[in-house]
Design a protein. Structure first.
Length: 430
């Protein structure tokens, strides 16, 4: 069964359609072949055989009847006139009847039901010949017993021949009844085949529906899901292979779209120069932290960081060197924050760090750790020159009914106090 399922799944769309058409046509073809054979063997051939038999029986019978009346006339003329020419004509007619009886015997010998009738014909003919031999020439009397016997034998012989024709008619009627029964069976078989064909057509429609329409519906439904934003549900189409290939291509395209969307989303959230989160993400992150804190969550702190003398650095070493310096400062800060902290590029040479679940003293220690991380490394410029870079840090801790703008202003104020105090230092907002 598993092999059969595997094989069916490999069938092409053309094969499924051909299978459906074949299922619908099989009963029609079978009944057509069976009906033709039944018609040929039970109607056409027997009818042709019957016509041949009728011809082979009726032809010698009619000829015998013709000769019989000639023979009777010749015997009567012989009796009345005594001319030997009539007797010669009688003998010629007699030989013809004998020949026709031989032809009739050759035909009837193949049909046993006619044999008793043929035996009676031969017996009657023997009596005719015997009676004819007893007839003497001369003047015919009104009551000539020999002639009367001859005529009676002629009549009996004619009746025997009529029995052959009657037997042929009875046989034909029986054969006609048999043919009618065969035709009725063919009609019933045709009606049955029509019903079976309807069932088979329904089955073929179901086969094609499973192979094509349902798979197509799954493709359409999958496309609609993707259009509505659902990127997680893959389209599961396995048959036919053509539509399965389309589904696989669509799934691959959807995955590429997801990856591109993720890349675009990451690009939209991150700073293009340093790779850390950008200002938009900073605003979103601050709103989330304040909402959580106002709802009874843990306290958090904001650290604002500014690179010291950055304008002079750019004027001295150039803007490309300044970009390298910012990237290396961002890398140093990323290595110093906790996994739960969030690092952002606020703008220009200024960075921001949101510290979750932390108090004032711990926030000050974290700010010092960040300052030390930058001061503890040397910035390598594209020219190969190594330059020391420092940062000034301002820290503010969230308090009830404090907005994001309040936290930024307080952290900025602490930052500028650190700069006025000589830079490369940390100041906590009060």
């Amino acid at each position: 069964m598993n092999r059969l399922n595997t094989y069916l799944k490999t069938l092409s769309l053309r094969a499924w359609i051909a299978a459906g058409m074949g299922i619908a046509l099989i009963p029609l073809v079978l009944i057509g072949v069976i009906s033709f054979l039944s018609y040929h063997n039970n109607i056409a051939r027997p009818f042709q055989d019957e016509l041949n038999l009728r011809h082979r029986i009726l032809m010698p019978t009619e000829r015998i009847n013709d000769e019989l009346w000639k023979l009777s006339s010749d015997v009567n003329f012989y009796v009345r006139g005594g001319l030997e020419s009539y007797r010669d004509r009688f003998q010629i007619a007699e030989s013809r009847v004998e020949r026709h009886l031989g032809d009739l015997d050759a035909v009837i010998s193949q049909h046993a039901r006619f044999q008793p009738i043929l035996d009676d014909v031969n017996r009657q003919w023997a009596q005719v010949v015997s009676a004819a031999a007893q007839v003497a020439p001369g003047q015919a009397r009104v009551e000539d017993p020999e002639l009367a016997d001859f005529e009676q034998d002629i009549i009996g012989f004619a009746r025997s021949l009529a029995g052959v024709v009657d037997g042929l008619r009875v046989m034909q009627e029986a054969e006609h009844d048999r043919m009618l029964r065969v035709m009725r069976r063919i009609e019933w078989a045709a009606a049955t085949a029509a019903l079976i064909s309807i069932v088979m057509i329904a089955l073929s429609i179901e086969v094609i529906d499973r192979a094509l329409i349902r798979s197509t519906d799954q493709l359409v439904a999958g496309a609609m899901r993707v259009a509505q934003g659902d990127r997680d549900s893959a389209i599961d189409v396995r048959v036919p292979p053509e539509l399965a290939a389309v589904a696989n291509a669509f799934n691959a395209m959807t995955q590429q779209i997801v990856q591109q969307e993720m890349a675009l989303s990451a690009a939209a959230r991150s700073d293009g120069l340093t790779g850390v989160a950008n200002r938009r993400e900073f605003d979103r992150g601050m709103d989330d932290m304040i909402r959580q804190a106002d709802a009874g969550g843990a306290a958090f702190a904001l650290v604002m960081i500014d690179v010291d003398h950055f304008k002079a650095f750019n004027d001295t070493h150039g803007h490309l060197a300044g970009d390298d310096a910012l990237r290396q400062v961002a890398a140093a800060l990323s290595g110093a924050v906790r996994p739960t902290d969030m690092l952002f590029r606020y703008g220009g040479e200024e960075f921001a760090v949101v510290l979750g679940d932390i108090g004032g003293s711990d926030a000050a220690e974290t700010g010092e750790r960040l300052r030390a991380a930058v001061a503890g490394q040397t910035v390598l410029l594209p020219s190969g020159l190594q330059v020391d870079v420092t940062v000034s840090v301002g820290v503010s801790v969230h308090a009830p009914r404090t907005t994001a703008g309040d936290l930024v202003r307080r952290a900025d104020a602490a930052l500028y106090r650190a700069k006025r105090a000589g830079r490369n230092s940390v100041v906590i907002a009060t």
